[in-house]
Design a binder for this molecule. Structure first.
Ligand code: C5P
Length: 236
């Protein structure tokens, strides 16, 4: 029997430079609710969780206005300069409470369309795994490699081995924290998700096929798309 607990870390300390908005994307509205509130309520409903930590930017002015601020299941901590620094901060926040063999699921706050069935499948499929892994999806477009700093194609990449990495990403507390800390120290700029740190530490994380509607809000038009996806999911 697997008695290890599951913790949630939801990095929300980004200030978003691609949204053409002075408001960080997690505080833009989806059908009247903050993106952050939609993401957190979906995640928390899919528990049980041992706890949930949300790293926030030092100058965040919006958190107090969110529905999540009054949710006693959620704790906040200070975010860092990069996403990976925010996640490391959240893991330190859990120090002394999370066991080395406990699982941590890290999910970007900017992915509000995470489906409860995907979350459940990730947990079930990886619960007995030696390493852990992430939701991901095989690439369907033809992928081009372009000359650095130019718009000329150098090659067409064989897409049969390429997957798009989503979140949540699920790893053991005692493996993930040292992998992230070593990764940041030895490969600055290269740790764009938890799996990349685990890979650099010599592990082979598993990909668990996830829904392609688990989009990350990145540009303004993604908000309307996310509203559409959420409405379809709620109706289905
Ligand atoms: O900007 P991007 O979409 O790559 O950010 C991914 C996630 O990481 C978002 O949830 C964002 O709030 C979070 N983040 C963070 N701390 C940073 C930068 C980004 O928690 N310094």
């Amino acid at each position: 029997m697997n008695t290890h607990r599951f913790w949630l870390v939801v990095p929300a300390a980004g200030i978003g430079q691609r949204m053409q908005s002075s408001v960080p994307k997690q505080y833009l509205k989806l059908s009247g609710r903050f993106v952050l509130d939609v993401t957190l309520s979906r995640l928390l409903e899919a528990g049980p969780w041992a706890g949930c930590v949300v790293p926030l930017h030092g100058e965040d002015q919006w958190w107090a206005l969110s529905g999540s601020a009054s949710d006693r299941r959620i704790e906040t901590c200070a975010g860092g300069d990069e996403r990976v620094d925010s996640v490391i901060g959240a893991l330190h926040h859990l120090s002394g409470r999370a066991g080395d063999r406990d699982w941590v699921l890290v999910h970007d706050v900017a992915r509000p369309c995470i489906h409860p069935e995907d979350l459940a499948r990730l947990r079930t499929e990886l619960a007995g795994d030696a390493v852990g892994g992430l939701l991901a999806s095989p690439v369907s477009d033809t992928i081009k490699q372009v000359e650095t700093g130019a718009d000329r194609i150098r090659a067409t990449v064989d897409r049969r081995r390429l997957w798009r990495a989503f979140t949540p990403q699920m790893f053991r507390y005692g493996d993930l924290l040292p992998a992230l800390e070593t990764g940041v120290r030895e490969h600055p700029g290269a740790i764009t998700d938890e799996a990349s740190a685990m890979e650099l530490a010599g592990w082979q994380p598993r990909v668990v096929s996830g829904r392609t509607d688990n989009i990350k809000i990145t540009v303004p038009e993604d908000l309307a798309l996310a509203e559409f996806i959420l409405a379809r999911q709620d109706a289905g």
